[in-house]
Design a protein around this ligand. Sequence first.
Ligand SMILES: [Mg+2]
Length: 242
Amino acid sequence: MASPALAPPNSFPSLFLFDIDGTLLRGAGPQHREALEYAAARVLGVSATTEGIPVHGMLDTGIVTEMLKREGVAQARIRRAMPEIIRSAERRYVRSGPDSLTGKVCPGVPDLLAQLQLRGVPMLLVTGNFPRIGWRKLELAGLRHYFTHGAFAGMSATRGGLARIAIRHARERGWLNGAPANAGSVVLIGDAPADILAARGNRIRSIAVCTGISTREELEAHRPHLLIDSLVELRLADLGAN
Ligand SMILES: [Mg+2]
């Protein structure tokens, strides 16, 4: 059951921002974590694992930093090595990632993306994945053609910062039709409390879905504008008139 929308519907959003893991795809497999571990070992010669790190909602940069700090690597050294770690993890994932993710697409996603594309609404990614890992996942899931741009781990230290980059990108291209981003014209869809907080930090609307790891109760506690079990429940007409 959908919660009542907390924000009164006004005009239909001009921009949709999407998280990837738990929102567009779920259960994408262990290859992503493995690529981060591989890169840490290859670039810094440190055997570090993601084991025990609450990766849900975290950015890849944050996960790698946490892994290495636990092994005693100094923050400055991690920061210096990060660009190379990103490249190494991306190469590893592209080379050794899953063969297909078409079976991992979350319910309602293909329909929603097709409807938004039909309406000509721009869609951007706001994800904690490193860029080529995120793009590769979408490619493997058959969703790549819906997106042209995104904000990824490595571009900002926080998810809120990534959302800000995506909004700025859209504004610079005139996709917001001059509307202020805080007037309900931008929606961020995600499965973690971190997505809701990123939306709030940018004063944009948040839609939380229960297709990831977070429970409905956890998400509810962060007061998203709309909370739904899956994107099957999202009716575009409820988001505002065209
Ligand atoms: Mg997620």
